[in-house]
Write a protein that binds this ligand. Sequence first.
Ligand SMILES: *Cc1c(COP(=O)(O)O)cnc(C)c1O
Length: 376
Amino acid sequence: MQGEQLYRQKMLRLDADEGVRKTTDLSKNFRKISPYVAGEQPKFADQIKLNTNENPYPPSDKVTEFLENFNRDELKLYPDTNGGELTQAIADYYGVDASRVFVGVGSDDVLAMCFMAFFNSGREVLFPDITYSFYPVWANLFNVKYRTPALDENFKIVKEDYFCENGGIVFPNPNAPTGVEMPLADVEEIVSRNSGSVVIVDEAYVDFGAHSALELTNKYKNLVVVQTFSKSRSLAGLRVGFAVADNALIKQLRAVKDSYNSYTINRITAGAGAAAVKDDEYFKSTVERIVKTRENAKNTLWELGFTFPDSKSNFIFASHKSVSAKEIFEALREKHIFVRYFNLPRIDNYLRITVGTDREMKILFDFLAEYLKDKA
Ligand SMILES: *Cc1c(COP(=O)(O)O)cnc(C)c1O
């Protein structure tokens, strides 16, 4: 009798302990996620920062002008829910109706909205095995099944891999982190053969000499072209990205955004972004400078013993013939020269080097010449 009582008391105590554990362990309520890891933002006075594909030149003077004349009273009022003057400026620049433009907080926001809006068939979404590493993160976050067809040995997307049943397609053009451009005819073939699913072309780097699929949005109802102000327009810190597509797709994107957060574009962003788009001359001159520096960098890298796929972006994805990428990455880091290294299958012997100013590239190359001399 006594034994049974003791046993019951013990069980009650265990239940109580369990109750305490249950209420304090909050992590069981948490979602299991593995986030995207952005490149580091070091802050050394002497650093050469070539690791996150930012533009080395400042934004347009028109942006400064806007910011200096901005009336703070405007901040009392909510902004336009669809980006207002920024959406209109983008529409005017690309010659499309504003109803065919969706703006977001950087193209990451636009792409995330696209995943939510368009990848709901239950079928597998397709993107390359080597590509922007945010795609699998969004797919997991939004419970989207996906498959990753392999790039060929020259880091080219094999278009035929996308001629099959799927729940949507997304790829950057030029691809990241390789910098390789897919010819526009191949992009079009992927779009035209997939009229039953949405194809997203992420053109984060297209302004640096590649061919945009934007015009094709007039012809295909299943194509979304996404671009950003972060690279070619020197505004990574402002956070502006946009999509151009058929009205029906833009309407759907806006509906998804308005089901989550209506006011994504604040008044300062809308005005400063619009000012940047309107300064086409400055935009073209900066892009031209970067392309020139990139082409020179290709020659120098080649002389230093690097190989790389031909880049149409503002970075070069390079591998050295005798010294490992990790070793070079660490040696550069010690000198406060930051490039990007991905410890991932197939690309763990490559460095992604952002094209900086001519001065920055010279410092990088001078160091590499010295460093590699002793290794060869
Ligand atoms: C940089 C980048 C983006 C996102 O940039 P935002 O700053 O969010 O506009 C999207 N896709 C690719 C491939 C990128 O490299």
